[in-house]
Design a protein around this ligand. Structure first.
Ligand code: NAD
Length: 433
């Protein structure tokens, strides 16, 4: 199959490289010229484990190329994927669909007959109808189909997730378009990843419902963690105890500083807006969004409380800034609100992150970046672990303690055992234990 990917970010680039690896001929397009120039030089615009090697292999094999020219890229394609961003619209929290519609307008003039236009971006229900209308308005006689195919990959594990998904959802009632999608994904369902065909609207909603459900699980266990702290229970035991029930499942039950990232915050908000617009409020999700928003600053206050309540002039070292490990993505990371809370209280914040410091420095200019965990801890009154990078799982706690001016260790990911931190001389605070 010949495939074009419009948008070469976390989703477009990974999907494009994986499709090429399946044997398809793929062009990844982006309007950001510097991104495409870097890709031509085999420099990845994002940090994603394994991506550089996958891209290089497929470029060398002649299956993967990059372009800034949509019109040329989509010529002769069987399927053109829209994988542009759908951030929260400023002011009201609706999904900003301007990039999707701009891409649709470009495609309207450029695609060949019998092309399947596939919306991979996360878009509210009804967006596929609008993409179809935009293309039809420009090219009334063109035979084409607009299909929804939401993406469920996780940053940091994106290649594995794309190649071994739990399911592939395809929303379309058009039989020939379903056939094209079957051919595009054939290498995957040979590996037994189920291909679920639904209507376009159901497919669009599946993505939001999935993210809202996962965000609910996280928020639920975070609230249980707060309750554990008051009741003298241990949230890790509670999590294990409920997660072993197959109806619940153990994933997404790790207490922490609240969910962040480029998807859950904006997608839960967009779902709320869709529900409100249709006068069918989704109150569980409303509560999740509010609880998670409040939690991030509460985690900043937790660090302040661990230091006795007054941090003016004190140095605090943060370990991890990205919203999760194995990515450089800082979009809506909980660290942003935590840093703000600490700065508001007069603290001096130093931080280290294995991959995220360049992105973080753009958003958090007041934070002093350190070249290692130990230098972030140097002369600090407290160290707070925000993101559970592997590099922080086996720190030399005695060395960390010796570098510091104080003795407070706040572990917002529960990766250390209280007895080990006590043995190293720390006053240790974690979440829900
Ligand atoms: P991103 O911001 O990393 O990438 C989007 C890219 O699209 C940018 O490089 C931008 O320059 C490009 N672009 C915008 N308009 C364009 C146009 N008209 N022509 C060509 N290129 C254009 O975004 P992302 O994280 O890859 O997310 C893309 C979509 O996938 C979003 O809807 C998101 O919600 C969804 N999604 C993301 C993830 C994730 O983990 N990041 C997972 C599942 C779904």
């Amino acid at each position: 199959m010949k495939i074009a990917m419009i948008g070469s970010g976390y989703v477009g680039l990974v999907s494009g490289a994986c499709f090429a690896d399946f044997g398809h001929e793929v062009v990844c397009v982006d309007k950001d010229e510097s991104k495409i120039a870097r890709l031509h030089a085999n420099i990845m615009p994002i940090y994603e484990p394994g991506l550089d090697a996958l891209v290089k292999t497929n470029v060398d094999a002649g299956r993967l190329s990059f372009s800034t020219n949509v019109t040329e890229a989509v010529k002769g394609c069987d399927a053109v994927f829209i994988a542009v961003g759908t951030p929260s619209r400023r002011g009201d929290g609706h999904a900003d669909l301007s990039y999707v519609y701009a891409a649709a307008e470009e495609l309207a003039r450029a695609i060949d007959p019998r092309t399947v236009v596939v919306t991979k971006s996360t878009v509210p229900v009804g967006t596929g109808d609008e993409v179809e209308r935009i293309i039809r308005e420009t090219s009334p006689d063109l035979d084409f189909a607009v299909v929804s195919n939401p993406e469920f990959l996780r940053e940091g594990a994106a290649i594995g997730d794309f190649k071994r998904p739990d399911r592939i959802v395809v929303g379309s009632d058009v039989e020939w378009a379903r056939d094209v999608m079957r051919a595009v994904y054939r290498p995957l369902f040979l590996n037994e990843s189920p291909l679920l065909f639904t209507s376009r609207r159901s497919s669009e909603l599946i993505k939001y419902a999935a993210n809202a459900f996962l965000a609910t699980k996280i928020t639920f266990i975070n609230e249980m963690a707060d309750l554990c702290e008051k009741l003298g229970a241990n949230v890790q035991d509670v999590s294990r105890g409920i997660g072993l029930d197959n109806r619940i499942g153990s994933k997404f039950l790790h207490a922490g500083p609240g969910y962040g990232g480029s998807c859950f915050p904006k997608d839960t908000l967009a779902l709320l807006k869709t529900a409100q617009d249709h006068e069918t409020p989704v109150r569980v999700v409303e509560a999740v969004v509010q609880a998670n928003d409040l939690r991030k600053r509460a985690m900043g206050r937790k660090i302040i409380t661990a230091l006795g309540g007054d941090v003016r002039g004190l140095k605090i070292g943060l370990l991890g800034l990205t919203f999760k490990p194995n990515t450089d993505d800082m979009r809506d990371a909980p660290s942003i609100a935590i840093v703000q809370t600490l700065l508001d209280a007069g603290a001096i914040v130093h931080a280290h992150d294995p991959e995220g410091m360049e992105e973080a420095a753009k958003i958090l200019p007041e934070v002093i970046m350190a070249d290692s965990a130990y230098s972030a801890a140097q002369d600090a009154h407290a160290v707070a672990l925000i993101t559970e990078w592997d590099a922080y799982r086996a720190l030399d706690l005695k060395k960390l303690h010796a570098a510091m001016a104080g003795d407070v260790l706040v572990d917002l990911r529960n990766i250390y055992r209280p007895e080990d931190t006590a043995a190293a001389g720390f006053k240790y605070v974690s979440v829900g234990r």
